[in-house]
Design a protein around this ligand. Sequence first.
Ligand code: AMP
Length: 397
Amino acid sequence: MKKTIKDFDLTDKKILIRVDFNVPIKDGKIKDDNRIKSSLETIKYAIDNNAKVILLSHLGRVKEKEDMKKLSLKPIALRLAELLNQNVKFVEETRGKKLETEIQNLKNKEVLLIENTRFEDYPDKLESKNDENLGKYWASLGDIFINDAFATCHRAHASNVGIASHIPSGIGFLVEKEVKAFEPVLNNPKKPFTVILGGAKVEDKIPIIENLVTKADHILIGGGMAYTFLKAKNYEVGKSLLDLDHLEFCQNILNKYPNKIVLPTDSINALEITEDSITHDKNIEDFMDDEIGLDIGDSTIKEFEKYIKMSKTIVWNGPLGYAEYKIFSKGTKKIAEALENVKGVKIIGGGDTGAILENLGFKDEDTHISTGGGASLELLSGKILPGIDIIDENLEK
Ligand code: AMP
């Protein structure tokens, strides 16, 4: 068990909390503040427990000096102040005298936000390369480090692994929730265990398939990636997405696990990808040369539903069609409905999939939608997340 924020006495201490404030911002305005809201529980806990709260987060990628103009955390400090209903001090620096003085003057229950940690990436990528001195410096600003940014836990950066290497550390409520949600999937999943994979690229999902194929009872494959699997079975798939570099991988996995990998039997096809394309539900054998497969068809939905209904553990990553357009979203929507009706452990592996499902009106209290796309993919691929691995163990539990 890793230490959590609750394992520390926070009174009078300077608590450095790595949060994920990487929110979409356009023309200085925050488009979606969900990530800020997700961090509130940990921040409020630290305030309520009389800590001096110092927050660090990245925002976007800083490659050129120019990028800094658009990537200040200032608008986030203002929004956070509204959400917390208290002042948030913002320091437009990632190091230096001003930052140090502000932190020295910080009183219990006050909150300070440091400027975008990725400003340290220009020009030498100090944050992203986990520069030893930078991690040490940030650690020197606080007494305890709490990592609550699950979405970056698959990266070893100065603002997570770097700081945690130097001072006592724990995880925040958001990371704890994520870790607990994945646990029953990664360790002895209750059977039947079904994995649903969709999305565009076979390549991205290979590590998940390799890790879960022995543990899962079935892997249902839809979305753009299904057509490479169908091609591997010698079906003609017209102009559908194909990842020929990974055709051989698909052939091998199908040969090795012929009863585990479940592929579509029909496909919603169109001649072009538009919101009002004319579509046909085609049997997989009846593809025309100029057709593009853009969703799973009705027979496939029924087949997938059968597997989902009998499952006790379900993991889903990637939409089953070009779900940004309503006409190609039926498969994803129907499978989401099937998921809602199942009792068991249900996880949606973050990133695009969660956002697409939420746009389709998916609201299931019993399903965990991960806040980390890349981090959840790595967990499902059987990898250890460095941002969590470095955190102190609670030896009493
Ligand atoms: P990923 O990030 O790999 O999960 O891929 C998500 C993307 O896959 C979404 O933008 C979908 O529109 C896209 N996608 C899903 N199914 C298809 C398909 N049949 N053809 C083309 N793109 C698809």
